[in-house]
Design a protein around this ligand. Structure first.
Ligand SMILES: [Zn+2]
Length: 301
């Protein structure tokens, strides 16, 4: 199929994978034991082969704060460019507290892009009706960012129309929960994500099954999931117009790369960059505070 593109304008596809670190090559590291996991497999001190000319930059999620990096503060940092754990004095687990929600409300990448007059932005994940019915509603960092920037949430009709993807991009989890949705192959899901990216300047897609597998130390699930996730990423990159689009993939902390522990790891995370501005981005990204400013610069320079 033809490469998809957004009117020759620069665009960014940002894929956020929860709980993906750069680990030691050991029996506890599923990437050392499972085949076909490129471009997700990266090992400490080893140079990795990345398909489609991608560059991997080891990225610091510890952010000069003691303890294991956590999701709420890590994701807030990724989405704002502000060192949230340093501001809080600790790494914050789970969902953002009021301080983090305020940071996101005032500084999220969606808001920063809007202020720079870049308005064709989307959070590509589909939400279920249950999500909006729940009280109290536990809001992830991304949900806070979408709400505060007054972007619309993608819902199940969007998913059925090929305009959104579920966090479990195959829809298997949705179907198991009783929703009517087609079961997607990794390749079909990739077509949809690449299609969404082709119609927006900035597209964010979030995936967190990797972190769940890490917490459950579930090698059997990793064996099924990681090759499928890797194929989804490869097929997406293959379909994106890399002449105009920069694809950035990163994580908030390590986890799945060491199944000997339930906890997050202290490892660096891999930021993998493909396409138009890959060298520009690779030079600028050192830790998680660099993601948002780099995306902003790519889209405004
Ligand atoms: Zn976690």
């Amino acid at each position: 199929m033809n490469k998809l593109q957004f009117e020759e304008k620069k665009s960014v596809l940002f894929i956020f994978i929860d709980g993906l670190g750069i680990g030691e090559r050991s029996v506890n590291n599923p990437f050392a034991r499972i085949a076909d996991t490129e471009p997700l497999a990266h090992f400490v001190g080893e140079k990795s082969e990345i398909p489609f000319g991608g560059i991997m930059v080891p990225t610091d999620p510890r952010l000069k704060v003691e303890g294991r990096p956590q999701s709420a503060s890590g994701q807030t940092t990724i989405l704002t460019g502000i060192n949230a754990p340093l501001l809080l004095g600790h790494h914050k687990q789970g969902f953002p507290n009021q301080t983090l929600r305020d940071l996101i409300s005032e500084n999220s990448i969606f808001l920063q892009l809007k202020k720079a007059n870049i308005t064709e932005n989307v959070f590509a994940n589909a939400y279920t009706p249950q999500f909006f019915a729940e009280t109290p509603r536990w809001k992830s960092a991304t949900t806070c960012a979408v709400e505060a920037a007054e972007l619309s949430f993608r819902k199940l009709p969007d998913l059925l129309g090929g305009k959104a993807l579920f966090h479990d991009f195959t829809n298997a989890d949705l179907i198991k929960r009783g929703f009517e949705a087609p079961l997607y192959s990794a390749a079909r899901a990739a077509e949809i994500l690449a299609g969404i990216a082709a119609n927006h300047r900035f597209t964010l897609y979030e995936h967190f099954i990797t972190d769940q597998i890490g917490h459950k130390q579930d090698f059997a699930k990793a064996e099924i999931h990681l090759p499928q996730l890797a194929e989804f990423i490869r097929k997406t990159i293959e379909l994106v117009d890399l002449e105009n689009t920069t694809v950035i993939l990163t994580s908030d902390h390590g986890n799945i790369e060491d199944l000997s522990v339930r906890n997050h790891t202290l490892n660096d995370v891999p930021t993998i960059i493909w396409g138009a501005e890959k060298h520009f981005a690779a030079e600028r990204i050192k830790d998680l505070t660099d993601i948002t400013p780099t995306i902003l610069q790519i889209l405004t320079r």
